[in-house]
Design a protein around this ligand. Sequence first.
Ligand SMILES: Cc1cc2nc3c(=O)[nH]c(=O)nc-3n(C[C@H](O)[C@H](O)[C@H](O)COP(=O)(O)O)c2cc1C
Length: 228
Amino acid sequence: MRTPGDLRPLAPVVRGAGVKLIVQVTNLDEARQAVDAGADVIVAQGTEAGGHSGKAGRSTMSFVPVVADLAAPTPVLAAGGIADGRGIAAALALGAAGALIGTRFLATPESLADSSVQEAILDSNGEQTERSSVLDIVRDTGWPREYLARTVRHPVIDQGRGREDELAADRAARPAYQRAVDRGELPPVPVWASQAIDLITDIRPAADLVGDLVREAESALARVNRGQ
Ligand SMILES: Cc1cc2nc3c(=O)[nH]c(=O)nc-3n(C[C@H](O)[C@H](O)[C@H](O)COP(=O)(O)O)c2cc1C
């Protein structure tokens, strides 16, 4: 059986399909593995990220430069908590070749996210997000427990916080969660979202968003150059 997080069996499959091997890493061991596997691009992901992130609890600010040094000359992208051009400029200053942005693109018309997810992102702030394994346990997703998922606050997380082992052993917990979703008592899906959601204030077409991100990054870099 494949060890979770072990990329060795997957790397040849990706290469065999003739596509670039892009590996997202959350700690130094994973970063070294990605270099050893000859990754074309390495994504250094901090725990500010929406969705699943690493057991080591690394934050983007301190993790990206370490991975950039370790992986050079392989290009490294910064991920986690970047939702505007200032974040991209910061990623470049940290030694990244660019940024991988997730949550910001949920707030676009092109996103397949449920409208309830988009509304929750627009209405919430970073302090209303939390990393937890509770929703993976009750949804039976199979994610290894050490990879926590950052979501907007959720009543089931409030009930299960600190009781993860008990929940995992409770066979009634999963059907009970599903029944509550079916009855409309719980949101249809967890809102996986970044700590940077404070910066997400509108739904904007993805092409406009990309243009705005580039302009904002250029202006942030120019401002820093001018020393203002
Ligand atoms: C809705 C959503 C689903 C995600 N699913 C996964 C996933 O299945 N596996 C994974 O490694 N990362 C996942 N991520 C994390 C992204 O790959 C990326 O690292 C993250 O979105 C970057 O941080 P940001 O959300 O602050 O931009 C997900 C992120 C979001 C927002």
